[in-house]
Design a protein around this ligand. Structure first.
Ligand SMILES: O=C(O)c1ccc[n+]([C@@H]2O[C@H](COP(=O)([O-])O)[C@@H](O)[C@H]2O)c1
Ligand SMILES: Cc1cc2nc[nH]c2cc1C
Length: 341
C-alpha cells in the first residue's frame, strides 16, 4: 500500500522550499502522490517505459470505425519503424519503447514486435462473446509479463498505450456496462466516424449489452463478453506496475477503461495511477470520474497509442524537479507569516 508517512514528510518539506506556500499548485500534489507510491523522498520517473498493446476487434465488421481493420497491423509495423506519433513523442521524453501483438487479426512478420498473440482478433461481440475466459486471462497475463520485463529493464514510470481499430466501440461498451450510464452520453467518434456510423455504434452497443448482460464488477466477465485483448493486456500491465510501486501515467479513453478493468482485478492499482490527459472521446470524462482522477492536460487529443501520456510526462518530471529547490533556511530567505493555514 501507499507510504502515507513519507507522503506527509514530503508535504512538509515542500512547504520549506523557497516559494509561497502552495504556489506550485498541482505540481505539489503530484510530487506528494509519487512519493507515496514509490516510498522515495526524492522520486525519479526516468526513464519512462512506453508499452503499446495492439489487437483487433470483431466488432469492426459492423462498420463502427472510420478506418479499415488492416490499419491495426500496418500501424504495428509503423511503430517498430519509428514513424508513429508515439515514436516521436517517446523519443522526446527518453522513453524505452516496445510494441506487443496480443491479438492482431493477421500474422506480423517482424521480429521487433513482441509476440503475445492470444488469437487473431476477438469475435464480433454483437453476435457472440468476444473471447473465452481462458483467453481473457491469458491476455491479462501477457500484459503483466511484458510490464514486468520493462520494469526489470529499469523503467521508473509506465505509460501503457494501445492500437486497435474498433476499440472505441469496445471501450464504450465496457464503460456503459461498468457505469450504468446511457450509451448515447458516452459514445464518441473514435477515429472520426460520421453521424450514421455513430448511430450504428450506439445501436450495436445497446443490443450487445442487452444480449450479454456483462457484470459491472467482474473484469473477466466484461473482457470475455465484450473484449478486447489489448484492453486486457493493458490492465495486466497496470497490475504489474502497481505491485512494483511504479507510477502509471494514463493515456486516453481506451487506456482509462483498461484502468477500470484493472481496478476490478485489484482495487489497489488505482493508487498508482496519474491521469495524463483528457481525450476528446466523451466517455473519457466519465471514466476519469469513476477513477476519481483529474487529468493534467486537455489538448483536444484523441489519438491513443499512449500519446497523451507522453505529452503529460514532462509535467510529472517538473513536479519531481521541484523537490530539488533550495529551502528557506538553506538559501537564507525569510519565511512568510501571513499566509493561509
Ligand atoms: O485514446 C483515445 O482517447 C482515443 C480516442 C479515439 C481513437 N483512438 C484510437 O483510434 C482507434 C480506435 O478508433 P475506432 O474509431 O477505430 O474505434 C484505436 O487505435 C485508438 O488507439 C484513441
Ligand atoms: C492512422 C491511425 C493511427 C492510429 N493510432 C492509434 N489509432 C489509430 C488509428 C489510425 C487510423
Amino acid at each position: 500500500m501507499l507510504y502515507e508517512q513519507i507522503g506527509e514528510e514530503v508535504r512538509n518539506y515542500i512547504d520549506q522550499l523557497t516559494k509561497p506556500r502552495g504556489s506550485l499548485g498541482r505540481l505539489e500534489e503530484l510530487a506528494i502522490d509519487i512519493a507515496k507510491m514509490t516510498g522515495e523522498r526524492f522520486p525519479n520517473v526516468t526513464p519512462p517505459g512506453v508499452l503499446v498493446f495492439a489487437a483487433d476487434h470483431g466488432i469492426a465488421k459492423e462498420g463502427v470505425s472510420a478506418y479499415p481493420q488492416e490499419v491495426t497491423a500496418q500501424m504495428v509495423l509503423n511503430f517498430v519503424r519509428g514513424g508513429a506519433a508515439i515514436n516521436v513523442f517517446s523519443k522526446q521524453i527518453g522513453a524505452i519503447f516496445s510494441v506487443v501483438d496480443v491479438g492482431v487479426a493477421t500474422d506480423i512478420h517482424e521480429e521487433r514486435v513482441i509476440d503475445e498473440k492470444v488469437a487473431y482478433g476477438t469475435n464480433n461481440f454483437a453476435d457472440e462473446e468476444a473471447m473465452t475466459k481462458e483467453e481473457a486471462e491469458r491476455a491479462v497475463q501477457a500484459g503483466y509479463r511484458q510490464a514486468n520485463a520493462m520494469i526489470d529493464y529499469g523503467i521508473r514510470c509506465l505509460i501503457v498505450g494501445e492500437m486497435g481499430i474498433g476499440n472505441t466501440t469496445t471501450a464504450s461498451a465496457l464503460l456503459a456496462a461498468i457505469s450504468g450510464r446511457n450509451v448515447a452520453e458516452l459514445v464518441g467518434k473514435g477515429t472520426g466516424v460520421r453521424d450514421e456510423a455513430l448511430k450504428r455504434k450506439r445501436d450495436v452497443i445497446e443490443r450487445a449489452l442487452a444480449k450479454h448482460k456483462p457484470s459491472a464488477s467482474d473484469a473477466i466477465d466484461l473482457l470475455t463478453k465484450i473484449g478486447g485483448f489489448e484492453i486486457a493486456a493493458m490492465a495486466g500491465a497496470m497490475i504489474a506496475a502497481a505491485e512494483r510501486r511504479i507510477p502509471i501515467l494514463l493515456d486516453g479513453f481506451i487506456c482509462t477503461v483498461a484502468a477500470l478493468i484493472a481496478e476490478r482485478l485489484d482495487e489497489r492499482v488505482v493508487h498508482y495511477m496519474i491521469a495524463g490527459h483528457r481525450s476528446q472521446e466523451p466517455g473519457h470524462r466519465i471514466a476519469l470520474e469513476l477513477l476519481h482522477k483529474e487529468p493534467l492536460l486537455d489538448l483536444r487529443m484523441r489519438l491513443g497509442e499512449g500519446s497523451g501520456a507522453t505529452v503529460a510526462f514532462p509535467i510529472v518530471n517538473m513536479a519531481l524537479a521541484m523537490l530539488h529547490m533550495a529551502t528557506f533556511s538553506s538559501a537564507n530567505v525569510a519565511t512568510g507569516s501571513d499566509h493561509d493555514e
